[in-house]
Ligand binder design. Sequence first.
Ligand SMILES: C[S@@+](CC[C@H](N)C(=O)[O-])C[C@H]1O[C@@H](n2cnc3c(N)ncnc32)[C@H](O)[C@@H]1O
Length: 230
Amino acid sequence: MSSVPPASRLAASWVDNADAWTTAVRSGAIPSRRAGTDAAILQAIAQAPVGPMIDVGCGEGWLTRAVAATGRPVLGVDASAPLIQAARQASPSDAVRFEPATYAELAALGPELGGPFVVAVCNFALLDENLAEALTAIRAALSPSGVLLIQTVHPFTACGNGAYLNAWREETFDAFGGSFPSSMPWYFRTIASWLEELHGAGFVLESITEPMATDGVMPLSLLLRARRSD
Ligand SMILES: C[S@@+](CC[C@H](N)C(=O)[O-])C[C@H]1O[C@@H](n2cnc3c(N)ncnc32)[C@H](O)[C@@H]1O
């Protein structure tokens, strides 16, 4: 077993896998995204208040670009420098901004980010055990009436044969084809744990959506909408 903490390996994996991830996203190689999770987050954003959005953990930037194309001002931030570079290369327009930042750095950036934002989105981007720092920084970047949208793997679907308990797990990306140089540690959390994290960081849950696969049997994801509790 590696002696490197999972959170450090998680961050490093998004540097190692930047090219493979960019190819997978842009070639439509992730079946659940084609099946409905891309559409689900776009619909949730369309139903959110009008105004600036921050895409936290934007990756290679597909969602940031798609939202900018609707006319909403949007900033994408991500810790992976090569993913931010890929995002910028694909987005020559001034209407889309991408900045490198870890979630820990978001709080320090404060006004430099250009907020407050009325929408913050984390699309499959909250993968760490410790979410308090990220959620607190996101809350501070939101206007008082702002909403937070989190789309994540559905704990029921992701649980598989493992225990329904918070724990680190390992993603190999084998199902996406292509060659990912590094596996990625990610923190499996129960639905109760998601709600505890939100409440602990000063959010109130507004709704839970469970986008379904086309066969109508299993959910593709879990989509949480929360607002600041003040
Ligand atoms: C599964 S990808 C999702 C990317 C994008 N949201 C999308 O929908 O394609 C997870 C992203 O979260 C970013 N990420 C994970 N932990 C992070 C952290 N602590 N700070 C900043 N970015 C982080 C990774 O660099 C990666 O780009």
